[in-house]
Design a protein around this ligand. Structure first.
Ligand code: 13P
Length: 236
């Protein structure tokens, strides 16, 4: 099955960085390689890579929301995808699952595929209630009654940017619980949180892991080249 590899550049990159990166990285792969740069660089990256995604969109279609970007604007920039509800948005911008759901619905309305992020904090993981918490967050974040495609990304908050990854056992257990809770069979479920060139192959080979959402390692073309190469080996 095709694997989905998403590069979330977060608030990193520059014009010269993009030129240098794509001098050394070719997005040709049998798998789905999606770049999510900061919105102001979407068009620059689209010049080099066929599949791009936004990092966020507004829960509203248009209006007096200074600084925000609507789903249709993300689409107009060439995107087919948009990340919604990343834990950094939930944490630093106080986004609730209700807002995440509204954003996902806006995305679907304009024909974007939302990549809806969910994941527990360290405290919740330590309390033994991670699965319960994540499934609740999932049910509150999902767009209402739709047969359109969306992706889910399980990103444990404590594994993001820390070099810590969930154990293979925990990833398998969580992805299986998410799979069983999803209303539509075949919804892709991605793992994110310190995915790198050393662990990508093992993670991509786990059951119910349809792809990875990569932060830091997607900014280094050598590492990202390795991850994409491993994704091809992990195709089943
Ligand atoms: P890192 O890969 O840097 O841990 O980031 C993960 C992430 O947040 C991707 O969305």
């Amino acid at each position: 099955m095709t694997k989905i590899i998403v590069a979330n550049w977060k608030m990193n990159g520059s014009g010269p960085f993009i030129i240098e990166f794509f001098k050394n990285f070719s997005p040709n792969s049998q798998n789905r390689i999606i770049f999510c740069p900061p919105s102001l660089y979407l068009k620059d990256v689209f010049f080099h890579a066929p599949m791009i995604g936004g990092q966020d969109c507004s829960p509203y279609s248009s209006g007096a929301y200074t600084g925000d970007t609507s789903a249709v604007m993300v689409k107009d920039a060439g995107c087919q995808y948009v990340i919604i509800g990343h834990s950094e948005r939930r944490q630093y911008h106080k986004e609730t699952s209700e807002t995440v759901r509204q954003k996902a619905e806006q995305a679907l309305k304009v024909g974007l595929t939302p990549l809806i992020c969910i994941g527990e904090s360290k405290e919740i993981r330590d309390s033994g209630k991670a699965i319960e918490f994540v499934l609740e967050q999932l049910s509150q974040s999902l767009p209402a009654g739709t047969d359109k495609t969306y992706y889910i990304a399980y990103e444990p908050v404590w594994a993001i940017g820390t070099g810590l990854t969930a154990t293979e056992h925990d990833i398998v257990q969580m992805h299986q619980a998410i799979r069983q809770a999803l209303p539509t069979q075949g919804t892709p479920i991605l793992y994110g949180g310190s995915v790198n060139k050393d662990n990508a192959h093992a993670i991509l080979s786990l059951p119910n892991v349809d792809g990875v959402l990569v932060g830091g390692a997607s900014l280094k073309y050598e590492d990202f080249n390795h991850i994409v190469a491993f994704s091809e080996q992990a195709m089943i």
